[in-house]
Write a protein that binds this ligand. Structure first.
Ligand code: G3P
Ligand code: MG
Length: 371
């Protein structure tokens, strides 16, 4: 189960051995899924790109990206479904994030660009229009934001906020996210009278029906084509949390974070892997001949997300997750070194690259073939 960035690709360049490793697994019916903290595109779009870059036929059935589990939040079976709630989504291209959210089943999606275009004064400086906030992608707001004199019921109420992938306009996004965290019940433009009231729990902050804030990954760094790791969505999250602590005089930002290393994402990925494996190993008569999944090899480049996540995960099916760290990504002996691999960050094995990771796994599983 490989991470993508730093294991298979550096941006769009395949890492040596990546294509042949995936093709070997595929040719030998060894099930695998790609489990990435990346996002910002529809699964189908990303899978088509990866198949072309890695020259191997991938499908959405063996692919989980950071925000794929958001789909569960609009499941018709969920009693707290957000399908009909109004949500704010942002990311590198908030219009694309809206398309993804609507494909998942969110029916009332607002973006920062919609708000900026409708209320230009919500941000006093020249916003990154045309490069980030594409005016032509903006939609009219379902209701205007609150301004003094308006009745709340006539104003826009946001019920949840989602960061799908790494935003580009951190300033506007942090402004709007914190506006909502300070608001009364998610009405942008209001300021809850409970904020800073020390007689209330948490001094009243985030205590007046403000919308939940969901991040899809916590990676402080990720591995790109540059020789040093670059900021990931976790850096944006730290910026939001830092501004929030400054606003509240020291209170922690309450938020929900998904993606690796969190158990929710590993549980979701294990289910995807099992259903993909069952399909792959179904025999001609339609019966699944394979025994239950015994071990999973999590091949990652980031000790904080890939290694810790696999080490921490207690499989509901009793599957043994084995973490394997490669030297081609975020972690290197020079940057992180052995000190970074203690405790929950300690991999079962450290190898040079994904090809060696596959070789080690095959050997552990007593594979007789040659790779
Ligand atoms: O934004 C992508 C980055 O956070 C890491 O992705 O594939 O290495 O889990 P991946
Ligand atoms: Mg990675």
């Amino acid at each position: 189960m490989p991470s993508i960035d730093g294991v298979l690709l550096h941006m769009s360049s395949p890492i040596p051995g990546a294509s042949e490793s995936l093709r070997f697994l595929q040719d030998n019916h060894i099930p695998f899924i790609l489990l990435t903290n990346g996002g910002g595109k529809l699964e189908s779009e990303r899978v088509a790109e990866l198949s072309a870059k890695l020259n191997v036929q991938l499908t959405v059935d063996n692919f989980v990206q950071s925000h794929t589990p958001f789909r569960q939040l609009v499941s018709p079976d969920s009693p707290d479904s957000l399908a009909d709630k109004t949500v704010l989504v942002t990311g590198a291209n908030s219009s694309k994030c809206r398309t993804i959210a609507e494909t998942y089943g969110f029916r009332n999606v607002v973006t920062p660009t919609d708000i900026l275009v409708a209320h230009r004064d919500v941000w006093p400086f020249e916003p990154l229009l045309d490069s980030v906030h594409m005016k032509e992608d903006a939609r009219p707001l379902p209701k205007p934001i609150f301004t003094p004199g308006k009745r709340l019921e006539d104003c826009l109420k946001i019920d949840a906020m989602f960061v799908f992938n790494d935003p580009r306009d951190w300033a506007v996004d942090i402004q709007l996210i914190t506006d909502l965290l300070m608001s009364q019940e998610g009405y942008i433009g209001t300021f809850s009278p409970r904020n800073g009231n020390d007689s209330l729990p948490g001094s009243g902050w985030q205590g007046h029906g403000q919308p939940e804030l969901y991040f899809s990954n916590a990676d402080l760094f990720w591995s790109t084509g540059f020789h040093q790791p670059r900021f990931g969505q976790g850096a944006f999250q730290a910026a939001v949390a830092g501004v929030w602590t400054r606003i509240t005089g020291g209170h922690e930002l309450r938020r929900k974070v998904m993606g690796k290393p969190y158990e929710e994402t590993y549980r979701f990925a294990e289910r995807v892997l099992n259903s993909y494996r069952n399909e792959l190993l179904r025999n001609g008569t339609g019966h699944v001949t394979a025994p239950p999944l015994r071990s999973v090899y999590m091949v990652g480049d980031n000790p904080e997300s890939d290694i810790a996540g696999a080490n921490d995960y207690n499989s509901e099916a009793g599957t043994d997750w084995r973490s394997v760290l490669v030297r081609t990504g975020v972690w290197t002996p020079e940057r992180g070194g052995e000190e970074a691999l203690q405790g929950r960050f300690k991999p079962k094995m450290v190898v040079n690259d994904v090809r060696e990771a596959v070789r080690w796994a095959l050997q552990k599983e007593g594979w007789k073939g040659v790779f």
